[in-house]
Design a binder for this molecule. Structure first.
Ligand code: CTP
Ligand code: CA
Length: 230
């Protein structure tokens, strides 16, 4: 292995990346979703391919225009449970798993076979939600020796130190090898090219802090992954 971001420094490494945002249906035409575009995950997959890795991208509702010509195996999924199934299947023989996907924490308790009608609801409507499996937590629990698992924590907290404190709590709960704390909000993080991150390790130390394009963030994260693999 050579300098940072070297072409070939992930040669032969099997990388799984999840990207996008899950959609949790409650009838044939409607879902509960989030604003994740999948751009950060696609950037990580692209940089991993450039560095020689064999890459599987589990893409939750990612525009096919973003994944065309990527050089990765793309597995399209819709819901959190579909994503969980695809990620766990791909992870069994992966060296690295990077969870950039915005996985819905909850899904509608009931999925109607037909379109929900207003007449049944009146002026207000209540949707009951139940917890989804936590894919990252399950990956960390099932991690083989030498396998690297990376989480991404989307936080709206604008204050850096408070955001890092939230990240520390998260990596304590789910001890991934790296946790990339990502500032999101109405105007930050989603559907945009620029991204700001702080990367934590178990124990809570900040090992990298950067902002830039999603490609820059991808390179920074994979530099840390490459170091962790050696
Ligand atoms: N994640 C996951 N499965 C879920 C929820 C989250 O695998 N059901 C993963 C995400 O892909 C991400 C990491 O967990 O890599 C952190 O996600 P985030 O939403 O920031 O944290 P949560 O643990 O869900 O906590 P909260 O949303 O309450 O802040
Ligand atoms: Ca969450």
């Amino acid at each position: 292995t050579g300098a940072r971001g070297d072409q070939g420094d992930l040669a032969g490494v099997r990388v799984v990346v999840s990207a996008g945002g899950t959609r949790e249906p409650f009838d044939p035409v409607r879902f509960v979703g989030n604003r994740s575009s999948g751009r950060q995950g696609v950037a990580i997959a692209a940089d991993a391919v450039r560095r020689g890795a064999t890459v599987t991208l589990v893409a939750a509702n990612v525009d096919t225009g973003l994944t065309a010509g990527l050089g990765a195996t793309v597995v399209p999924v819709g819901s959190a449970r579909e994503l969980a199934h695809a990620v766990h299947a791909a992870a069994t023989d992966a060296d690295v798993v990077v969870m950039t996907a915005a996985v819905a924490d909850y899904r509608p308790a009931e999925v109607r076979p037909d379109k929900l009608k207003k007449d049944e609801q009146g002026d207000t409507m209540t949707l009951e939600l139940v917890r989804n499996p936590d894919v990252l937590a399950d990956l960390v629990r099932a991690r083989r020796t030498g396998q690297i698992v990376v989480g991404f924590a989307a936080e709206t907290e604008p204050d850096r130190d408070a955001r890092i404190a939230l990240g520390r709590a998260k990596i304590t709960r789910k001890p991934a090898d790296l946790l990339v704390v990502n500032h999101v909000g109405w105007d930050a993080g989603f559907e945009r090219e620029e991204n700001a991150i702080e990367v934590l390790v178990p124990g809570g130390e900040v090992v990298r802090e950067t902002s830039g394009s999603k490609a820059d963030v991808a390179t920074a994260v994979l530099d840390l992954v490459a170091t962790a693999l050696t």
